[in-house]
Design a binder for this molecule. Structure first.
Ligand code: BMP
Length: 208
């Protein structure tokens, strides 16, 4: 069975990021990189990490369509298999990203995992934007499985990726039971004494 685990590689030391990626890669469906690593290691990190597994650029793009397109050209051009964008700027901004690389992935954030992170997010409305904008998947919080279930009902068969497991306290199995396809884990893996075994344990707990 394929892994359901995505590593959120928010490690800020590029060398350490590579060693974590190498150790964890056999247990992963992919690596998600966010601003902290990209700001320290540069966009070239994407292509280098893609040697281990597929890389999703979590840029949380939230801009007008033209700027969203320019960001997407840079990230897909660097080798990203997917990009994460906010849904709230609307379907036009998502479509601008999608049009850059229609064969790759685009994930839209529907609601967020931190305390209060659901306050200003309208789940059915943002799922409709994600679908109209051509998203291939959505982001929904493992800290609130009831929100994942609501997203699953609205989103049909799009992929749901769920952060909030480990350091934020979400239960990975409850998230999968509620409808998540892939679970995102960051600190609980890259800050572990042995990131390879931590990744293996999460992957196994998810049934892999
Ligand atoms: P950690 O497992 O260390 O809490 O990391 C979670 C990762 O998922 C971080 O990169 C964070 O920015 C991201 N994330 C999140 O935690 N909640 C959301 O709602 C959306 C995210 O992208």
């Amino acid at each position: 069975m394929a892994s359901r685990l995505l590593l959120a590689l928010d490690e800020t030391d590029p060398q350490r990021a590579f060693s974590v990626a190498e150790a964890a890669a056999p247990y992963l469906a992919g690596i998600k990189v966010n601003w902290p690593l990209l700001m320290h290691g540069g966009l070239e990190m994407v292509g280098r990490l893609a040697d281990f597994t597929s890389v999703i650029c979590d840029l949380k793009v939230a801009d007008i369509p033209n700027t969203a397109r320019l960001i997407a050209e840079a990230a897909y051009g660097a080798g990203a298999a997917g990009i994460i964008a906010h849904a709230f700027p609307g379907a036009g901004s998502l479509q601008a990203i999608r049009n850059v690389a229609p064969e790759r992935d685009l994930y839209a954030v529907i609601t967020m995992s931190h305390p209060g992170g659901g306050e200003f997010f309208d789940i059915p409305g943002l799922v409709a934007v994600a679908r109209e904008g051509g998203a291939t998947g959505v982001v929904a919080p493992a800290t609130r499985p009831e929100d994942i279930a609501a997203v699953r009902t609205a989103v049909g068969d799009l992929t749901i990726i769920s952060p909030g497991v480990g350091a934020q306290g979400g239960d990975p199995r409850a998230a999968v039971a509620a409808g998540a396809d892939l679970i995102i884990v960051g600190r609980a893996i890259y800050q572990a004494d042995d990131p390879g075994s931590a990744a293996r344990d999460f992957a196994r707990a998810l049934g892999d």
